[in-house]
Design a protein around this ligand. Structure first.
Ligand code: SF4
Length: 266
């Protein structure tokens, strides 16, 4: 047979095989070894063109936080790996109704491998407690899991590489409310280019999973630098804690009334 015809026949057969697997519901083929390389998955749909990529929530349905941590491994998927000491995966209640998402680990977090343990973390803990929660009742994570050098803002490519892991964590935890701390967090979670000044203090729908609300507010590190902003009522009006607990307020209840929570923080 002519080599060109042979090649065409081979391509036709391979295409037919892939179509067959796609029709069976198989969505990916092939995985690189995780410790050496990023997990590469070939989207079958991309071979045929036209179809939307499958969201990570569907690709990884049924997994646990432990599965995600295992998949992350000693991640070197973006260049932030080369300057970090520890990956900061996130911590807290895996069934939390309330989740906090910050920008990225700082020096203290990088050293300890835990999110929000420095000065900003202490303020965040006060904010959590002022909302009527214990820190261990909520879940805390960041948009990137390795510290950007000198605490710079994560670059677009770093965010795009790392954030699918956060999306998977959110899909497992299924919080009722996510408090987005600062601009990179709220823009990434809401797929928005609008700044924090306009977005903060109002509930927005989390676009990836129906029923989850996102409340953008200032990052605690910013509040430490601009103490006057602590008086903004983002986390108390409307009352985030009521939504997060899914408990309607009792008639006459004063919990979360404007003016209460941040006075407590200050
Ligand atoms: S920031 Fe995320 S993607 Fe980049 S190396 Fe760290 S864990 Fe991996």
């Amino acid at each position: 047979m002519d080599p060109k015809d042979e090649l065409k026949e081979l391509i036709d057969q391979t295409t037919e095989h892939l179509r067959y697997f796609r029709d069976l519901g198989v969505t990916h083929i092939g995985e690189a070894t995780q410790t050496e390389m990023p997990k590469k998955k070939i989207e079958l749909t991309s071979l045929f063109g036209g179809a939307e990529p499958i969201p990570v929530e569907q690709q990884y349905a049924g997994e646990t936080l432990e599965d995600i941590r295992r998949d992350l491994g000693d991640c070197r998927r973006c260049k932030l790996w080369s300057t970090r000491k520890n990956i900061v995966f996130g911590e807290g209640n895996p069934k939390a109704g309330l989740m906090f998402v910050g920008e990225g680990p700082g020096a203290d977090e990088d050293a300890s491998g835990r999110p929000f343990v420095g000065r900003a973390g202490q303020l965040l803990t006060k904010m959590i407690e002022a909302m009527g929660f214990k820190r261990e009742e909520v879940y805390i994570a960041n948009t990137v899991k390795s510290r950007p050098p000198d605490n710079r803002t994560p670059e677009k490519e770093e965010l795009e590489t790392c954030i699918p892991f956060l999306f998977r964590q959110i899909a497992v935890i299924r919080p009722k409310v996510i408090v987005a701390l600062g601009n990179p967090a709220q823009q990434s979670l809401l797929n928005s280019s609008i700044g924090i000044t306009r977005m903060r203090g109002q509930f927005h729908d989390y676009p990836r999973i129906p029923g989850i609300k996102v409340m953008p507010t200032y990052h605690p590190a910013y509040l430490l630098r601009s103490p006057d902003k602590k008086r903004e009522p983002d986390l108390k009006s409307p009352p985030v804690s009521w939504f997060a607990r899914a408990e309607p307020p009792e008639r006459g209840e004063t919990r979360g009334k404007p003016g209460k929570i941040l006075v407590k923080i200050l």
